[in-house]
Write a protein that binds this ligand. Structure first.
Ligand SMILES: Nc1ncnc2c1ncn2[C@@H]1O[C@H](COP(=O)(O)OP(=O)(O)OP(=O)(O)O)[C@@H](O)[C@H]1O
Length: 290
């Protein structure tokens, strides 16, 4: 299964397009979308989910044009939008049955599937409570379950880990890795470490454009030799920030440990070169292109 997106542009009623000439080939496995606010991640996901139409460009799923024939993707699609709404008076069973009816899923095995999904997102014990009484993280988990109802082959999750506690994030990662071998999974997150643990490939977006798309390892390699750490006196930090792009700071007794981006020939005295993470590479690449 392959999704080939070519020269995709999306203009809302604003001057600046949300996506400009965006091309990417997406294959089976997990693709993590990273990008600052307004980069165009949700717009891209909505267009793939056929909720929104592109201004120009083509999207082919195994050769079929999904803009001309949205049903080709809709019947194999699971989608968790960013602003996922629930029906507060329905309980989890009723809600999933309702979504199943909307998607045309029925039959004897439906109840079994719902039970399995509720177990997968750890909501079995709360399945008979109205969703309106759920916490934000529980609502997010019912959103994840509804996206999986039709045994999808293309899964789109817009910020799926928002509101999930560390244990639930781990459970979500497990769920995704169980599905990843025969699906296209596209997910966005502001939590780079989530993408780091889940995604096979990473696409970094900025201002509606694709900066880079590669296996995670290759993205990290682009920042190798560019990330440094140094211990500073606290009162010199502001001055340091004027000179270097600071990624992170951490107190270390009476001093401050600073992680920053630079080149080998322009490092602060007593700096050490450190191994880059995906977060470093993301900040390095968006800083370079920003
Ligand atoms: N319905 C809309 N009408 C007009 N402009 C829109 C609309 N939806 C998004 N935009 C604009 O398009 C650009 C891309 O927005 P989008 O929501 O796709 O970015 P994003 O990367 O998902 O951001 P975030 O990380 O904040 O969710 C932004 O400038 C946004 O203001």
């Amino acid at each position: 299964m392959a999704l080939i997106i070519t020269n995709l542009t999306k203009k809302y009623n604003t001057q600046k397009p949300a996506l400009t000439d965006y091309s990417i080939n997406i294959n089976k496995g997990v693709l993590g979308l990273l990008g600052p606010n307004g980069a165009g991640k949700s717009t891209l996901m909505k267009i793939i989910a056929t909720i929104s139409k592109p201004s120009s460009g083509t999207l082919l799923l195994d050769g079929a044009d999904i803009v001309q024939k949205p049903d080709t993707i809709r019947k194999v699609l699971g989608y968790l939008p960013q602003d996922f709404g629930v029906y507060p008076n329905l309980n989890a069973y009723e809600f999933l049955e309702y979504i199943a009816a909307m998607k045309g899923i029925g039959g004897k095995r439906l109840r079994q599937r719902i039970d399995l999904l509720l177990e997968g997102v750890n909501l079995t014990a709360d399945a008979k409570r109205p969703i309106g009484t759920y916490s934000g993280g529980m609502k997010q988990r019912i959103g994840i379950a509804q996206a999986l109802l039709n045994d999808p082959k293309v899964l789109i999750f817009d910020e799926p880990t928002v509101g999930l506690d560390p244990e639930e994030r781990m459970r979500f990662r497990q769920l995704i890795s169980d599905l990843a071998h025969d699906c296209i999974i596209i997910l966005s997150s502001h939590i780079v470490s989530d993408i780091e643990t889940i995604a096979d490939e990473v696409a970094i977006m900025q201002d509606g454009k694709l900066i880079t798309h590669a296996p995670q390892y290759d993205i990290i390699k682009q920042a190798e030799g560019r990330i440094f750490e140094v211990l500073l006196e606290t009162n010199t930090l502001n001055q340091f920030k004027n000179q270097y792009k600071v990624i992170d700071t951490a107190r270390q007794s009476d001093r401050i440990k600073v992680r920053y981006i630079s080149t080998k020939d322009n490092v602060a005295p007593e700096s050490i070169s450190v191994t880059a993470t995906l977060e470093d590479a993301y900040l390095f690449l968006t800083h370079k292109n920003g």
